[in-house]
Each structure stands twice: as structure tokens, then as C-alpha cells.
Design a protein around this ligand. Structure first.
Ligand code: FAD
Length: 566
């Protein structure tokens, strides 16, 4: 089933749902007119459909392999990567001074989503490079920027992020890789990193590893972590890849999915590195990369969900089983429920991701703290809800296929297996939710309250046109406000046991808000009908989720490890 890039749907969201016009009205992004954005998305969509989607199965059937210390990638990946690089899709947002397009992150978010829908395993490669470019733009000195940025932006070189170690997963502060000063402006980096995505490949000239490590006198925990650029080949005086650095891929992980993306165990053995930012400032610098990647990974979930949905829809239109007026299973109410749920959830997750990107763009363009705080609040929701949607929608896609969904040939299972990791990497969704109820509510719920004010005001205004839908959204926002006020009064540890249902409830209410906006713009069209489905059938889930949030905390922790083993 060929992939179709959702260009017109994305343009609808930009124009009517997520307020992209505010970004276009800024001086910084004035060139991102609707015509330009539509042309960019159309061009990127064509590349996704014609070049990336055809190699998606190759990655699954012929995973990357490690041969004599070198990673050999899946068939067709090199050619597809070249098309990504030549199209400029690696670095849409990057600084034009170094060869980037300087477009808003909102546009990049839409393009990244389409690339994920076409071939998730390959898309992860440029996504990592994008994050690295941003980290270098913010934290590297001029010399490092001049050397690395043009080559990363053109796609000649690729970037990776190296945080995880066997004993340091979610707790990055526990990492033990070390770096010693060589006295000549370089450092010797030693340690083992695990799960490093795209730690090597055979289609770029050089691979630039951003590695977190500790200096000898560094304090324990995250404050003692510094960041180093450790290239696979040390650049010579002309900036070309020179001698091989002292690092290697030890092995590749055998994974549930995402087989086209080599997940490497990396060994650094006194490898030459250059510090990025300040000593002890590694987490701050890496956070730039991780924040970018969190939204990007949320978009991966949305993209995979879209791919899985298109696959399931095509199947439902062909499979004959049982009697109904449509002749195929799309006429059965339960199949229609699954497909409508998939479509409505994709709409919600896409709107959250794009709205988050709009807030980031506005924060950058205006420097206003309010936009930056809104972006920070929406980021964990975009990551967790986007990837949960990827997992749930692709699981439903398998269900729509019946037995064929469980048979690999149909391709439905690949979406499910590939996307599953997105809820785990880039901070598990549990950690995202803890960030939301912890750091993101440390303002006493001010940002959350402003978002809810906006939702209620718009619902109020929509009451004349769509009274029942608007009332339901208003009520949901009010219930969420009460629980938010209750939650911020709780001591921090008590918030964590209910962080996940709280984040999901917030996403649910945001979904009601975006669907209502879409219905106001397209009352008698597909968005109007989809909004009615979402608001009457999916939005009510927030009530149960919020009851979970407000349940007695002691009841959770009273279930002891012994009880669990009983
Ligand atoms: C395919 C793949 C690609 C990856 N790519 C990269 C990469 O490119 N670079 C990189 O550095 N890493 C990468 N990772 C690593 C990934 O980011 C980690 O797997 C992830 O951060 C979780 O760490 P962990 O696996 O050690 O799980 P753990 O941290 O051991 O977590 C296990 C469980 O405990 C929970 N948990 C842990 N701590 C807490 C806490 N304080 N409170 C509540 N719950 C908690 C988690 O949510 C999870 O459910 C990748 C992983 C995979 C599988």
C-alpha cells in the first residue's frame, strides 16, 4: 500500500487549528508564507512517497549488520538518504549562514512526521543530526561551528547522541564515561555507551558523536557531566575526514523492530574529543538536543500512526467479510469505530506536536518568556501522547487487519514493532509525565491555567455555533483545572504515581480544543464529523483519568513488592 503524505491535512491544521499565522507574522519567519510552506511540504511529501516509503520494508527484512567493525545498512537506504540530504531535509531549521533553510520548526516538525510515516528507521538518522546541529548552534565555539555545521547541514556528515550506559539509562547522572585533558585543546574520551542509534553507517563521510562524559575532578551527578564532540574520523587541516579516531562499534542490538536503524554498543578508547560548552555544562548542552528530539520523537509517533492508518484503511476497503451495505469490512460498525478512532487520535497528536512547535518558534522569534514556558509545558505532552498514539494506532491497525495483521507479509505488524520504542527512548513516557507534573507545574500551574483559560474562552465563543460540543469541551477544561489546582497543592513525590494519567487527561482536553477549532472551520465537512466523534466518544475518557489522578496515593504504594509477587 503506497504511503500518501498528509500535506493538505497538515496545511489545514497550520491554517485553522494551531495558529501558525502568528509565526508567519514575526520578522524572523516572515518568509514562511502559506504558499512557501505548502510548496516545501509538497516537495518533501513527494520525496517521502517516492523515495523513502519504498525502502521501509527493506529495513525490516534486511536489517543493518556489523561486518568487520563496519555497519552495512539496509538495501536502498544509502540512495534514500542521499535524496533526504540533497533535498535539504536534514536541516530545515538550521542557520542559513551555515547552509540551512532557516525555516520555522513547525515546518520541520511536519516534514519529520512525513518522513517517519514513510520510513521511521531511516528518518531517525536525520532527526539525530538535526538535534546535534541545534546543540552546536547554541553551545559550540565559532571554530567548531565553522567546521561541523556546514557538513552536518548538507548531510555529508551525520550526528549521534551518546548518553546511555549500562548503569545509566533514565538516570543519566549515573554515567561513568570519562574524559581527560590532553593539554592541547583536546580530550581523551573513554567509556562504553549502549543503544546508540545510527552509531555508524556506510553512507556518510563522517559520523559526529556527541558524548557525555566526566572530567577527573567532576562532582557526582548531572552537574559533573560535560559534553564532547568525538568524530569517527578526525578532521584534517582542510576539514576533510582524516585519521580514524579510537572508537568502535562493538555490536548491534537485535531488536523488536526498527531493524533498519543500527542500534550500537559503542566503545571509546581514549578517543580524541573537543569539549562543547563549559566544563560541567554537558547536560545543559545535551538538553538542547534532547528537547528538539523529544518533539521530534513525538512526531515519529504521529508519522508511524499515519502510515499504519493508511495501511489499515486500504485493507478495510478491500477485505470482504460478512454482510453490510459496503461489501467490505469498512461497513462494519466496529471496524468504522477503529478507523475513526485512529483518524481522530492522529489529528489530536499532530495538533499537539504542531502547536508545541509553534510555541517554540514564537519563543525564538519574540524571545518572550510566556511562549517559551508554553513550549516547555507542551513538549512532554507532544512526546508522550504522540508516541502513545503511534503505539495504540498501529496496534489498532493490526486489529483492523484481523489475522493478516499478525502475518508479517501485510506490513501492519512492522508499524507496530517499529514505533514501540518511541515510547521508551528520548526519556520514557513515564519520565515525560513526571517532568510535566514536576518541573512543568513548579510555577503553581500558571502555564497550565493560561492554556485552560484559552480553551474555555474559545469554547465559550463556539457555544452559539456548536452548543453541545463546545459545552463538553468547556466542562472538560474546567474539570481539568480543578484537578490541576488540586495536584499542585500535593507534595512532589505524591504527584508521580498519577503523572501518566494526568498527562493523558491533559492531551485529551487539548484534543477536544483542537477538534472544536477544526469543526468551527469545517462545520459540515470531515473535520466537523470527526470532532463530533472525538468529543462525544473519546474526550469523556478524561473523567476516568482524572479520577485516577485524584485517587488516594497510599492505595498505590500500599501494594508492596511482596504483594506483587503473591
Ligand atoms: C532502539 C533504541 C534506541 C536508542 N537510542 C539511543 C541513542 O541514540 N542515544 C542514547 O543515549 N540512548 C538511546 N537509547 C536509550 C534510551 O534512551 C533508554 O533506553 C531510555 O532512556 C530508558 O533507559 P533504560 O533502558 O536504562 O531503562 P530504565 O531507566 O532502567 O527504566 C526502566 C523502567 O523504569 C522506569 N523508571 C526509571 N527511572 C525512573 C524514575 N526515576 N521514576 C519512575 N520510573 C522510572 C522507566 O520509565 C522504565 O519504565 C535507545 C534505546 C533503544 C531501545
Amino acid at each position: 500500500m503506497p504511503y500518501r503524505a498528509p500535506v493538505s491535512e497538515t496545511c489545514f491544521l497550520l491554517d485553522h487549528v494551531v495558529g501558525f499565522s502568528a509565526v508567519q507574522a514575526t520578522e524572523r519567519f516572515a518568509e514562511a508564507t502559506s504558499d512557501t510552506v505548502q510548496a516545501v511540504l509538497t516537495e518533501a511529501g513527494k520525496m517521502c512517497e517516492e523515495v523513502m516509503a519504498p525502502v521501509q520494508r527493506n529495513g525490516d527484512l534486511h536489517p543493518a549488520v556489523l561486518e568487520n567493525g563496519v555497519v552495512r545498512c539496509s538495501p536502498g537506504y544509502a540512495e534514500a538518504y542521499r535524496a533526504i540530504a540533497e533535498g535539504g531535509w536534514v536541516a530545515i531549521t538550521a542557520d542559513p549562514e551555515y547552509g540551512g533553510m532557516g525555516l520555522p520548526l513547525t515546518v520541520a516538525t511536519a516534514v519529520n512526521e512525513m518522513m517517519s510515516g514513510a520510513c521511521l528507521a531511516l528518518q531517525l538518522n536525520p532527526l539525530l543530526t538535526q538535534g546535534q546541529i541545534e546543540a552546536l548552534e547554541h553551545h559550540a565555539d565559532e571554530e567548531m561551528k565553522a567546521l561541523y555545521l556546514p557538513r552536518l547541514i548538507s548531510g555529508e556528515w551525520a550526528g549521534t547522541m551518546n548518553l546511555t550506559e549500562p548503569q545509566a539509562g533514565s538516570d543519566v547522572g549515573a554515567l561513568s564515561s570519562r574524559a581527560t585533558d590532553n593539554g592541547d585543546g583536546t580530550y581523551a574520551v573513554t567509556g562504553q555507551k549502549i543503544y546508540i542509534s545510527w552509531g555508524d553507517n556506510d553512507f556518510v563521510e563522517n559520523i559526529c558523536h556527541l558524548v557525555l562524559a566526566r572530567l577527573p575532578d567532576a562532582p557526582a551527578g548531572t552537574k559533573g557531566i560535560s559534553l564532547f564532540m568525538v568524530p569517527k574520523f578526525i578532521p584534517d587541516e582542510n576539514g576533510n575526514p582524516g585519521v580514524a579516531n579510537s572508537l568502535k562499534v562493538v555490536s548491534l542490538e537485535h531488536k523488536m523492530g526498527l531493524h533498519g536503524s543500527p542500534t550500537c554498543v559503542m566503545s571509546y578508547e581514549g578517543a580524541t574529543g573537543w569539549m562543547v560548552g563549559e566544563p560541567g555544562g554537558g547536560m545543559k548542552a545535551m538538553f538542547t538536543m534532547m528537547n528538539n528530539a523529544r518533539l521530534g520523537v513525538g512526531g515519529e509517533g504521529v508519522g508511524a500512526a499515519e502510515g499504519a492508518y493508511q495501511h489499515a484503511l486500504a485493507f478495510a476497503n478491500e477485505r470482504k467479510q460478512g454482510k453490510n451495505p459496503y461489501d467490505t469490512i469498512i461497513g462494519h460498525a466496529d471496524v468504522r469505530r477503529m478507523l475513526a478512532t485512529m483518524k481522530a487520535e492522529i489529528f489530536t497528536a499532530r495538533a499537539i506536536a504542531l502547536d508545541c512547535a509553534v510555541a517554540i518558534d514564537m519563543g525564538r522569534a519574540t524571545g518572550e518568556a510566556e511562549w517559551q514556558a508554553r513550549a516547555a509545558f507542551l513538549t512532554p505532552i507532544a512526546k508522550a501522547f504522540g508516541t502513545d498514539t503511534g503505539c495504540e494506532v498501529s496496534s489498532m491497525g493490526v486489529q483492523v487487519h484481523g489475522g493478516m495483521g499478525y502475518v508479517e507479509e501485510s506490513g501492519a505488524a512492522q508499524y507496530y514493532r517499529d514505533v514501540r520504542v518511541t515510547a521508551i527512548y528520548e526519556g520514557t513516557n513515564g519520565i515525560q509525565a513526571m517532568d510535566m507534573v514536576g518541573r512543568k507545574l513548579m510555577d503553581g500551574g500558571e502555564v497550565a491555567g493560561r492554556l485552560l483559560d484559552e480553551i474555555e474562552a474559545e469554547a465559550e465563543a463556539a457555544k452559539a455555533a456548536l452548543p453541545d460540543l463546545a459545552e463538553a469541551v468547556w466542562q472538560a477544561a474546567e474539570t481539568l483545572r480543578e484537578t490541576t489546582e488540586w495536584l499542585v497543592a500535593r507534595p512532589m513525590p505524591e504527584r508521580f504515581g498519577t503523572a501518566v494519567p494526568y498527562l493523558r487527561a491533559f492531551a485529551r482536553v487539548l484534543g477536544g480544543h483542537y477538534h472544536l477549532r477544526a469543526a468551527m472551520a469545517d462545520r459540515d465537512g470531515v473535520h466537523g464529523r470527526l470532532a463530533r466523534f472525538y468529543i462525544t466518544r473519546l474526550l469523556p475518557e478524561h473523567t476516568g483519568l482524572l479520577a485516577h489522578v485524584r485517587a488516594e496515593d497510599a492505595a498505590l504504594m500500599a501494594i508492596s513488592p511482596d504483594d506483587l509477587a503473591a
